[in-house]
Ligand binder design. Structure first.
Ligand SMILES: Cc1cc2nc3c(=O)[nH]c(=O)nc-3n(C[C@H](O)[C@H](O)[C@H](O)COP(=O)(O)O)c2cc1C
Length: 364
């Protein structure tokens, strides 16, 4: 199975990259990502000043991570003199150098890291939502490099399509979508205190719970500016998630939080699983997924659900959850056609796929 993806002259053996964060914070970790088989390697965000990180700073839950980490704790001179020169000795795949944040930072840092980078990824996490500021930063980067560069969008940017238009008009190749979601909070009831947070009491949320937001952002950007490259990130935890992001419009994907929750072996597992999952879904290659046009088949009329009796385990879950009080357990599960709103919740929640909606075309 061909897993290759190519964009802006970057050739990746597979579409999975690490997302910028603690797992790519020095030479050892960059080499780990290479050995794990990632298609390209991305660095932790490097900036001109050192961050003051409140600690502890990473909270892991089942489906999400909350963090108050900032950019790299290593000075940019250390990246320039030690971390990247050491990594470059065995570099054999594209390296995306992540930089932050202001126009002045770009004037300093882009020339310093240009010889290491195959491409740049620029965090806009701490520069607000003013698109004219983003435009200025993009123009500055363009003046200092001929390499491709991608502006990373944060979920608090209100207009992803406007962001995409702005960065395209000013010379960027694409967008990395998305950064962590926030501000969010973690409260300890017993201690009556904010458990994790920065000076304002806030953390940023990432991991599987933000996947649907990230997917929609990828889709909105690609639909608004089809010529831009989109790198999808946010909540990926499986090969199927990778396929979803590629269908939504991404040319490559990144992951961090699921590996923080489930372990670093997840990078290798997803790359190993990808051929099997592509085949199971009937795709001939990664490029085949990227080339597929996503259907948006809006329907205003479905059908009253039907029961596949032999699959029903009589757990009563559908009765409990039906928002329209339309399902009853008589001898068997029955649907009240008068009350049913054809919402589809029971179809998606049934643990044995015993409920179908034939006319909607999603019977499973
Ligand atoms: C602990 C932590 C540190 C992060 N540090 C950075 C960073 O330095 N630069 C950056 O652009 N994004 C950073 N991120 C955001 C991730 O790169 C990514 O965009 C986000 O977590 C969503 O992807 P995920 O759900 O796969 O983690 C960080 C995220 C976490 C959880």
């Amino acid at each position: 199975m061909n897993l290759k993806t190519t964009f802006d002259g970057l050739k990746l053996d597979n579409p999975l990259m690490p997302a910028s964060g603690p797992l790519v914070g020095d030479t050892e970790k960059l080499l780990f990502m290479k050995d794990a088989g990632c298609g390209a390697v991305v660095t932790k965000t490097i900036s001109s000043k050192l961050p003051n990180v409140p600690k502890p700073c990473i909270y892991g839950d089942r489906d999400f991570v909350m963090n108050s980490e900032l950019w790299s704790e290593h000075p940019y001179a250390m990246w320039q003199e030690t971390i990247l020169p050491e990594y470059m000795k065995t570099k054999d795949r594209p390296l995306i150098v992540s930089l932050g944040y202001s126009k002045e930072d770009m004037e300093l840092l882009v020339p310093i890291f240009d010889s290491f980078a195959d491409a740049f990824e620029i965090s806009t996490h701490y520069v607000g939502t003013d698109l004219s500021v983003i435009a200025q930063t993009v123009r500055t980067i363009r003046r200092h490099t001929e390499k491709p560069f991608y502006m990373k969008i944060s979920p608090h940017i209100p207009d992803p399509a406007g962001f995409a238009r702005t960065i395209k008009e000013n010379g960027a190749q694409g967008v990395v979508a998305v950064n962590s979601l926030g501000p969010t909070m973690k409260i300890d009831i017993r201690e009556r205190k904010i458990l994790y947070g920065n000076e304002q009491g806030f953390v940023w949320t990432s991991g599987p719970v933000i996947k649907n937001l990230a997917l929609a952002t990828v889709y909105r950007i690609k639909r608004a500016e089809p010529s831009l490259t989109v790198i999808g990130v946010g909540g990926i935890k499986s090969a199927d998630d990778v396929i979803e992001f590629l269908l939504a419009g991404a040319s490559g994907v990144q992951m961090l939080s699921a590996a923080l929750i489930k372990g670093k072996g997840l990078y290798r597992k997803i790359i190993d699983d990808l051929p099997k999952r592509l085949e199971a879904h009937g795709f001939a290659s990664v490029q085949d997924v990227i080339d597929t046009t996503l259907i948006n088949n809006v329907s205003y009329q479905a059908s009253v659900p039907e029961l596949i009796e032999e699959k029903c385990i009589r757990c009563n879950l559908c009765v409990e959850i039906c928002p329209y009080f339309a399902i009853e357990m008589k001898d068997v599960i029955t649907f009240d056609a008068e009350k049913c709103f054809e919402c589809g919740l029971c179809v998606t929640k049934c643990p044995t796929q015993a409920i179908i909606m034939p006319k909607r075309g999603n019977d499973r």
